[in-house]
Write a protein that binds this ligand. Sequence first.
Ligand code: FES
Length: 129
Amino acid sequence: MYSEKVMDHFMHPRNVGEIKDADGIGEVGNPVCGDLMTFYIKVEDNRIKDVKFKTFGCGAAIAVSSMVSEMAKGKTLEEAIKITNKMVADKLSGLPPNKMHCSNLGADALHKAIENYLEKKRSKNGRKK
Ligand code: FES
């Protein structure tokens, strides 16, 4: 029922971990299943230089996080913000219908990390003035 890609990313998730001095952190949870996903990003010259995640969740959620991290790495912030949950599910060759909600966490967590970075940057710039 899971595609080979999902199984691969679930068995060998890429970019698992935490970035201690992350520039942006995004956390989302699903209140129904209780799963939790946290994304950490490092930004340089407006590009996502490094990305790591920690996911406490089902296999599909882990595969989704892994795929999102691969898709986001090296992208500019503008490109990364355009990654949608659907794009992630498509890249994984689809998810079973009852697992689609798991894919909704991935891009959301990444977007939150980007927003967190932009907010921090804005408040830093604000202080300078
Ligand atoms: Fe909740 Fe998969 S069952 S994220």
